[in-house]
Design a binder for this molecule. Sequence first.
Ligand code: ATP
Ligand code: MG
Length: 335
Amino acid sequence: MAKRILTGDRPTGPLHLGHYVGSLQNRVRLQNEYDTYILIADVQALTDNFEHPETLGANLFEVALDYLATGLDPDKAKIVVQSMVPELTELTIYFMNLVTVATLERNPTVKDEIKQRNFGRNIPVGFWSYPISQAADITIFKADLVPVGEDQLPMIEQAREIVRRFNSLYGKVLIEPKALLGQIARLPGTDGGAKMSKSLKNCIYLGDSSETLRKRVMSMFTDPTRIHPTDPGHVEGNPVFTYHDAFNSNQAEVEELKERYRKGTVGDVEVKQRLFETLETMLAPIRERRAGFAAKPAQVREIIMEGTRKGRATAQATMEQVRHAMKLDYRFDRG
Ligand code: ATP
Ligand code: MG
């Protein structure tokens, strides 16, 4: 059997540069080798957006456009809508018995996200326990590999623990997945924050117009200690240079800009202008392909439905094995 990939995104907005370097690039590269499933995790997105479920449908479509625009081929990578695979809910419930409260409370990514959202003690149980449902997402597709950003490593570890526990209790049915980090494991936000994230509004989106892209780059956070272009500046921890390192393939130019920035012989405006040009070159074809698919919504919906149909069939096959292993296939109907 071909090895499998499962990964995905929450439909909380269109996809951004962080997704691109953190996960999308690897998905596109590996779709020829792996049987690939890409989950649009609307049920997980509900865990902190349950007051506005009406936003998910439109965002789901935007995320699908980003997939197609960046080169995911629907004949190879199946786009699957999480809420249309009810087997995931069933597996999540079984997994809940295999995880302790203490383990959930230790998850460093969830801890950070709880802080960001100011939940305090009023954390919805659904949000707090989403690493369990994410383990179901990964394992129901029997994924070997999960291309993700660094924030997801604790989730993969949680999934691995659950698989070990399940397999030792009930028999070897599930596969222990491995994480695959992207070229940049965690891209900072345009505001200098540790992570570009849809929920933090510090993003450059893959579908941004040229004008919006220019505005977002020109207003990026740089070195707050530098007031005049002639002041020596800091390159480390400066997101403009982190983006140059990530996206500008002209290494000599990046080194030269860094050198001049440190000496105070280049202004922020020029460094940002060069970054804008680099990103514009990279994003223009993606933007164009995106617009092409956006003009054919019926075709995109068809791609999503077909991917989901195949994904569900895979999930159902795994659940038959799960129920059998757990001795839940009672067969009362057979007398
Ligand atoms: P949200 O704010 O709704 O959580 P998000 O921007 O964190 O959105 P997700 O849908 O949660 O995006 O993440 C999807 C995938 O993209 C995950 O594998 C995640 O690790 C990766 N990813 C997201 N942001 C970044 C980033 N800034 N750098 C690297 N990888 C990222
Ligand atoms: Mg996230």
